[in-house]
Design a protein around this ligand. Structure first.
Ligand code: NAX
Length: 330
């Protein structure tokens, strides 16, 4: 007998990441090759026509696993009964916009979506926030959903940064990308993130090119800007692949280290300056039986790493403060 379908929401579904993510979900790359899916797609009213066009293409793909598609501009309909949510849509930074204004605009969106999650979604829903500022948006959504949905069900995407770092290390060391493990992204999905190659291995052996190299760190931190400069558009194919990787590992489990922005309450790195109450990227594993993530404890780091980790924690604490101030109007 076929398993019950999972209901999967993608917000910002008329945008570029949505266009690359929808096929991965419908082909079974995320929830498994035998798992039927019902897609929920949300965008804003001015994008309804584009969304209808995307649905035409989805229909024309004739995906065997796709049982139904709900395409809507209504949050209540979009969030109803969902098992998983990719929150991709957010307010982009416009020219001249200050960070504070960008945060305030996104607080409105993610407060509203947090309320919609609490009102309409399953309490077990797993939420991945992709839309920037992803960590703080996830924190806001979790805050507004907290009466029904545990904070640990809200995560932010740093998997694209991990994939970028892993691929770069594989190229530099001339080893297959699949052999590289234990690359960690700590902190915020922003330019303060700390890509940490100091524990990285290939087939279990330490890499020759690893450790703390400024050019490696800054290449990973600035990769998004480099793609924009070359493509005149932000990363979409790679962002969708990373979102699919993140959700697949969360739903199906993994004993490999995967970087996920998760709630930092009770985290094992408080001594390195990571306080409670942030959505902070850590190395995690996921138990395949319970589908629960756990932060990998005891990862060793030196003063160089500790300084970087404290700096990205500091930025997230500041973002949280600004976002909390903006919740008064949300
Ligand atoms: P696009 O501008 O192509 O698409 C975004 C879509 O979201 C648009 O169709 C827009 O109408 C919709 N939208 C806006 N507000 C909405 C709302 N309240 N409800 C539903 N839909 C809404 O952007 P795209 O390239 O797809 O990027 C989406 C987001 O991902 C951006 O915030 C971007 O900064 C972020 N990214 C995050 C990454 C990460 O690693 N965490 C990497 C890639 C990407 O830059």
């Amino acid at each position: 007998m076929a398993p019950e379908p999972v209901r999967v929401l993608i917000t910002g579904a008329a945008g570029q990441i949505g266009y690359s993510l929808i096929p991965l979900v419908c082909k079974g790359d995320v929830f498994g090759p035998a798992q039927p899916v019902i897609l929920h797609l949300l965008d804003i009213p001015p994008m309804k026509g584009v969304l209808d066009g995307v649905v035409m293409e989805i229909n024309d793909c004739a995906y065997p696993l796709l049982l139904d598609t709900v395409a809507t501009v209504d949050e209540a309909e979009a969030f109803r009964n969902i098992d998983a949510a990719f929150l991709v849509g957010s307010m982009p930074r416009r020219e001249g916009m200050e960070r504070k204004d960008l945060l305030a605009a996104n607080v409105k969106i993610f407060a509203s979506q947090g309320r919609a999650l609490a009102a309409h979604s399953k309490p077990s829903v797993k939420v991945l926030v992709v839309g920037n500022p992803a960590n703080t948006n996830a924190l806001i959504a979790s805050y507004f959903a907290k009466d029904k949905i545990p904070a640990r069900n809200f995560t932010a995407m740093t998997r694209l940064d991990q994939n970028r770092a892993t691929a770069l290390l594989a190229r530099e060391n001339q080893v297959p990308v699949a052999s590289v493990e234990k690359v960690v992204i700590w902190g915020n999905h922003s330019s303060t993130q700390f890509p940490d190659a100091s524990n990285a291995t290939a087939n279990g052996a330490k890499l020759a090119f690893s450790g703390h190299k400024e050019d490696f760190i800054s290449t990973v931190q600035k990769r998004g800007a480099a793609v924009i400069a070359a493509r005149k558009l932000s990363s979409a194919m790679s962002a969708a692949k990373a979102a699919a990787d993140h959700m697949r590992d969360w739903f199906q489990g993994t004993d490999k280290w995967v970087s996920m922005g998760v709630i930092s309450d009770g985290n094992p790195y408080a001594g390195a300056g990571v306080p409670d109450g942030l959505i902070f990227s850590f190395p995690c594993t996921v138990d395949p039986a319970t589908k629960e993530w756990a932060i990998v404890p005891g990862v060793a780091f030196d003063d160089f790493a500790a300084k970087r980790i404290a700096a990205t924690a500091q930025e997230l604490s500041e973002e949280r403060g600004e976002a909390q101030a903006a919740t008064a109007n949300a």
